[in-house]
Design a protein around this ligand. Structure first.
Ligand code: FE2
Length: 426
């Protein structure tokens, strides 16, 4: 007897299986006998059943604040940081919590059930940290929210940042963050990478730095991050986010850099929606795309995830918590249109970020946490093409969101009345 059975869905690897759930865990992934009892049976025949979406790079303290106190007129990273500085001076804990909880509702409806959010530690009162620790506890039954202590204004550039970042970690923030390209000098940036990696090594934590989010090909903090990872034995626990300078780097240098990143077991998180609108703002034409070298890193076995970064905040005016939007943009900008690459783009918003976050019990297998999503698509690539409706979202064995199937009614003589835009692969 199960609490819930998701019957007959197509898994991302193409198998057709029933998923039997009891007490918040997956007990069976197989064809169950007809007549098997359950509290509720969801018919997923013909639909894709996938593990939940995971976003390894987000800013939940800033989300849904668009226009407060003004918009980012230049569209640049630097005006966004300045604007965020104005906003955080007037933001309250309650207001940040309310915005974050609204976003978590959007995420649940989109099957996005694991989020790594950076939280600014350059506020003497650590209002964002307090707000997001409360939100992490409030959403625990539906979202794995992992927090990164992020000294937004620079570990050394802001005089209080180091002490406040340590305090945030003492309060229970999970991961060590940083922003070396925003320090005053390259030397300060490299020193910040070393210091932050040492903090993580001492405390047994993971590291995720905003790294080289610039068009400057000389911004090479990812090299220091990889070297420090090796020196301190942090392999498998470190991610570099953005890495946009790599887009503009000298090719010979990159041919030496990528094997170092692979050797160090450092993961990469690219944020295509944000990179494509923030980078290249100082260019005339040709205008750089600013996305890091995703295909080249993947070819060397470096884990690369697509992250969302921003929704309705000082850096980005759009977004709906839809990781398929993120992967769709990434697929285009990185030109990953081979069928195997498109398929990989789905993993880059599910399995890969879950691994980077070190999530326990993630996946569709017996014994795993019963969190999954039923999509109005036949396979992962069709899910990307359609940005498919999340028909049913299940978190820890409980149905937490349902959305009706997308279907148009056609009034064209001689043509079908119902249109779903599904299209089976040849
Ligand atoms: Fe970010």
């Amino acid at each position: 007897m199960f609490d819930l059975i998701v019957r007959g869905g197509t898994l991302p690897d193409g198998r057709v299986a029933d998923i039997g759930i009891r007490d918040g865990r997956i007990l069976a992934v197989e064809r169950l006998p007809e007549g098997t009892q359950a509290g509720r049976i969801i018919d997923a025949a013909g639909d894709l059943v996938a593990p939940p979406f995971a976003d390894a790079h987000f800013h939940m303290d800033a989300t849904l604040s668009y226009g407060q106190p003004r918009i980012n007129a230049s569209g640049t990273l630097l005006e966004g940081i300045a604007l965020w500085g104005e906003l955080k001076a007037i933001a309250t804990i309650d207001e940040m919590k309310a915005r974050a909880l609204d976003y978590c509702d959007w995420a649940v409806s989109m099957g996005l059930l694991a989020i790594r959010s950076h939280v600014d530690t350059c506020d003497p009162d650590l209002k964002g940290v307090q707000a997001l620790l409360d939100v992490r506890a409030a959403v625990r039954d539906r979202i794995d929210l992992q927090l990164v202590a992020f000294p937004q204004d620079g570990l050394y550039r802001d005089p209080g940042a180091l002490a406040q970042t340590l305090r945030a970690l003492d309060m229970g923030v999970d991961v060590v963050g940083g922003i070396p390209h925003f320090e005053r000098t390259m030397a300060d940036g490299a020193a910040s990478v070393r210091a932050l990696c040492e903090i993580a090594a001492e405390r047994g934590l993971r590291v995720d730095l905003h790294c080289d989010e610039t068009d400057d090909p000389q911004s090479r903090h990812i090299e220091t991050l990889a070297a420090e990872t090796l020196r301190l034995g942090l392999q498998g626990r470190v991610a570099g986010s953005h890495l946009t300078s790599m887009h503009s780097m000298d090719n010979y240098y990159v041919s030496k850099l990528l094997p170092l990143i692979a050797e160090a077991g450092v993961a990469a998180i690219a944020n295509p929606l944000i990179n494509i609108v923030i980078q290249g703002r100082h260019d005339s034409f040709p205008k750089r795309r600013g996305l890091t070298r995703v295909r080249e890193m993947r070819a060397l076995g470096i884990p690369v995830a697509w992250g969302q970064d921003c929704v309705r905040d000082p850096w980005y005016p759009l977004g709906t918590a839809d990781m398929l939007d993120v992967a769709f943009m990434g697929l285009h900008v990185a030109q990953m249109t081979h069928p195997e690459e498109m398929r990989a783009c789905f993993d880059m918003v599910t399995e890969v970020p879950a691994r980077i976050m070190g999530l326990e019990g993630y996946g569709l297998r017996p014994g795993a946490v019963a969190s999954l999503v039923v999509l109005d698509a036949g396979d992962p690539v069709e899910a990307l093409r359609l940005r498919a409706t999340r028909l049913t979202v299940i978190a820890r064995g409980r149905v937490v969101a349902e959305t009706p199937r997308a279907e148009a009614t056609l009034s064209v003589p001689g043509r079908p009345a119902r249109l779903r835009r599904r299209h089976a692969a040849p």
